[in-house]
Design a protein around this ligand. Structure first.
Ligand SMILES: Cc1ncc(COP(=O)(O)O)c(C=O)c1O
Length: 401
């Protein structure tokens, strides 16, 4: 059964999948085509090159695989590591938890540092772990840049500094699923060896592409890595790159046209302006939460995420009721609390194809929901705080100057 859509648009404020721009929808609205025709290599080359600009790398090799973020994780791990290799990683929310589950099921030896859900990677713990490994048994340090379940952004540049200061050669593998293309992310500058994302987040496409960049050290590791892999084998991709046909199997051509259109929009706005827009929306959301008298799940400002805010509800409330009521009454989709924080937080996603006024609509919706559910809130308090800030911080639209 399909729900009737209701009047107006659904206000999609989950932290991915996100709204798809009209330009991207139109670019994808095309028939299947012969992917062995001369048109595909032109498209392939252009998207494979340009995703590197989004990851801020010139040294990496890119792979665009028909999969999701979970497949991109598997691709990163199996191409660079061998069974029983030791991985050091941090469990700080549902997505780092799921990646760890995958690492364990793939038979790696995983050293998990458990972190409070709401906190980020503690650099001093990382340092201790690396110093306690003089024989370099740890082959990879895996980090989720932005933990979408708790709204925590980790300090990747700090992690790189610790690795360097400890002179530890472990590979640095980063999940950038809810960060790359929205948050400040610098693959080369931060010495990230493998970075990955999924199409349905900051790139504002439908789900279905896993986008991976592998730096020179990761590619070198892939030559000796013994993990079983077939579908995700980078080697197969590299062979097809050489032949100029690019995919070892049928590419998702509509999504690739969508990716082209989405990146064109990002470059037109300017990647750094996109990042600044996310910073504005993140800050505005946090101002609203504060004005409502509610707490952010993220424990310290240094970890605040500019793509998702997890809002703690008072202990007598059930956050899943907030999400349910928002959808039923206001056609507003918010993110549920997951696993350890189920019932305790609801999440406001503010990433991808989104502007300031759309965000204010969602914040107004949250206020009405909270009031409907008996939370003592002054209507307009959060919207007022957020809009006062957005008014003074939002620049004129670049293409309309
Ligand atoms: C940080 C993070 N990593 C990985 C994933 C998994 O991605 P997918 O659902 O596309 O497999 C998600 C999904 O939300 C995520 O937020």
């Amino acid at each position: 059964m399909e729900y009737q859509p209701g009047p107006g648009r659904n206000n999609l404020f989950v932290p991915g999948p996100v709204n798809v721009p009209e330009q991207v929808l139109r670019a994808m609205n095309r028939n299947n085509e012969d992917y062995r025709s001369p048109a595909m290599p032109i498209l392939a080359k252009s998207v494979l090159e340009d995703v590197k600009r989004i990851f801020k790398t010139t040294s990496a090799t890119s792979f665009i695989i028909p999969t999701t973020g979970t497949g991109a994780w598997e691709s990163a791990l199996t191409n660079t590591l061998s069974p029983r290799d030791k991985i050091l990683t941090f469990r700080l929310g549902q997505f780092s938890l799921l990646w760890i589950d995958q690492m364990q099921r793939l038979n790696f030896d995983v050293d998990v540092v458990d972190v409070d859900w709401g906190a980020g990677v503690d650099l001093s713990v990382l340092r201790e772990k690396l110093l306690a490994d003089p024989y370099h048994q740890i082959k990879a340090v895996c980090v989720v840049h932005n933990e979408t379940a708790t709204g925590v952004t980790n300090d990747l540049s700090g992690i790189r500094n610790v690795l360097d200061r400890c002179r530890h050669p472990a590979l640095f593998l980063v999940d950038g699923v809810s960060s790359i293309g929205a948050l400040d992310f610098r693959m080369d500058e931060w010495g990230v060896d493998v970075a990955l994302t999924g199409s349905q987040k900051a790139l504002s496409l439908p789900t279905g592409l896993g986008i991976i960049c592998a730096g020179p050290k990761a590619l070198e590791a892939s030559k000796t890595a013994k993990s079983l892999r077939v579908f995700f084998d980078w080697n197969d991709y590299l062979k097809f790159y050489k032949m100029g046909t690019y995919w070892p199997y049928t590419p998702s051509s509509q999504l690739l046209y969508g990716l082209r259109a989405s990146m064109d929009m990002i470059f037109e706005e300017g990647l750094d302006n996109v990042i600044a827009r996310h910073q504005r929306c993140g800050h505005a959301t946090r101002l609203a939460v504060e004005a409502w008298g509610l707490k952010n799940c993220t424990q310290k400002p240094e970890w605040f995420s500019d793509t998702v805010t997890a809002v703690l509800v008072p202990s007598h409330m059930d956050s899943s009721q907030v999400v349910k009521h928002a959808w039923k009454k206001y056609n507003l989709s918010l993110g549920l609390g997951l696993n350890k924080v189920a019932g305790k937080v609801f999440r406001i996603g503010h990433l991808g194809h989104l502007n300031e006024l759309q965000l204010l609509g969602a914040l107004a919706g949250v206020e009405m929901v909270l009031k409907d559910l008996g939370y003592p809130i002054q209507l307009g308090s959060g919207v007022g705080a957020a809009s006062a800030y957005l008014m003074q911080s939002t620049p004129l639209i670049k293409s309309r100057l």
